[in-house]
Design a protein around this ligand. Structure first.
Ligand code: ATP
Ligand code: MG
Length: 286
């Protein structure tokens, strides 16, 4: 399945109004399921090598409007990985301790070590999304110079630099925007209200945020255009159809892992000879 259409590296502009959130590709639901499960098997093989080699880390970021299916995507696409090599982090409203630090402080300690994969459910992008929509910096305890008009513009620069810094340290950053329509969000909210097992996922504040839909769309468009680079592209995933979204996410992850091309470490001639000696000792055991 082609993913080029959904990839933004800074060369073509992302126009959020032009983007069809209901795109479903050409595959049937059954075919999408089997594509995801084939990709999960490949991801597992690559992950084993990634861990053994310990040279590259992968940081996967999910951003989306409420109820776009971030949890489901994480749950379905990554459930085949070895949990020892993966960390999943959810970034919620910052605590007072986090707010007392620079905005990357809470992030940096969760960047994966080389050999591992970290999945961020929301991320530092919130600091150019919700922070932009509500001008949160204006009410935070910051010096005046950090509250000026261009604060968000500066943050795009920090983020580009941070991601380049990670890239230069062996960490590949992969960014997904699970993009849904306003109608699809309504449908999902209604399901959260009607289905008792989903009530806990709904909060009244989700409705007040929905009123800022247009502002968020603009903030996403800007953030994506400002931070899409060749090394750390954005993938805008049409997500009204959840299985299509999951299949695209799995395609992207497989592509990224393939490009990293991890290998089991090669051992020296001496180490190989030692292994053979150990084999003989084991075989001689009574
Ligand atoms: P769902 O899509 O299922 O609703 P969620 O990711 O929205 O899941 P919630 O606990 O509902 O999870 O919301 C987390 C909230 O934290 C979001 O509204 C998000 O905007 C907010 N948040 C995350 N990071 C920041 C930040 N740096 N500053 C302010 N708010 C933030
Ligand atoms: Mg929410």
């Amino acid at each position: 399945m082609g993913i080029k259409k959904y990839e933004f590296t800074g060369e073509k502009k992302f126009d959020i109004r032009d983007f069809d959130t209901s795109d479903t590709g050409e595959l049937s639901k059954e075919e999408l399921h089997s594509l995801v499960s084939d990709n999960m098997a490949l991801m597992r093989e690559y992950q084993d090598k990634l861990y053994a080699e310990g040279k590259n880390g992968i940081l996967i970021i999910f951003q989306a409007m409420d109820a776009a299916g971030k949890d489901g995507a994480v749950n379905h696409v990554f459930s085949g990985l070895n949990p020892q090599g993966v960390d999943v982090l959810s970034f919620k409203q910052p605590t007072s301790e986090e707010l007392a630090h620079d905005y990357l402080w809470r992030i940096h300690k969760h960047v994966p070590q080389r050999g591992k994969i970290a999945i961020f459910n929301r991320s530092y992008y919130e600091d150019v999304l919700v922070a932009k929509v509500h001008k949160l910096y204006e009410v935070q305890n910051l010096p005046d110079r950090c509250k000026e008009e261009d604060v968000i513009h500066k943050r795009y620069g920090h983020i580009r630099d941070f991601e380049e810094y990670l890239w230069d340290n062996g960490i590949t950053v992969v960014k997904f925007f699970l993009h849904i329509s306003k109608d699809e969000q309504k449908k999902q909210f209604l399901e959260r209200i009607d289905d008792k097992s989903k009530n806990w996922k709904f909060s009244k504040s989700d409705l007040s945020e929905r009123e800022y839909w247009e502002d968020y769309q603009k903030a996403y468009e800007k953030a994506i255009n400002k931070t899409a680079t060749k090394q750390c592209p954005w993938y805008v995933i049409p997500s009204d159809n959840r299985w299509f979204a999951r299949s695209l996410v799995s395609e992207v992850i497989v592509k990224v892992m393939k490009e990293i091309d991890p290998n089991y470490p090669k051992i020296s001639k001496e180490a190989e000879a030692d292994l053979q000696k150990c084999r003989q000792l084991l075989e001689k055991e009574e």
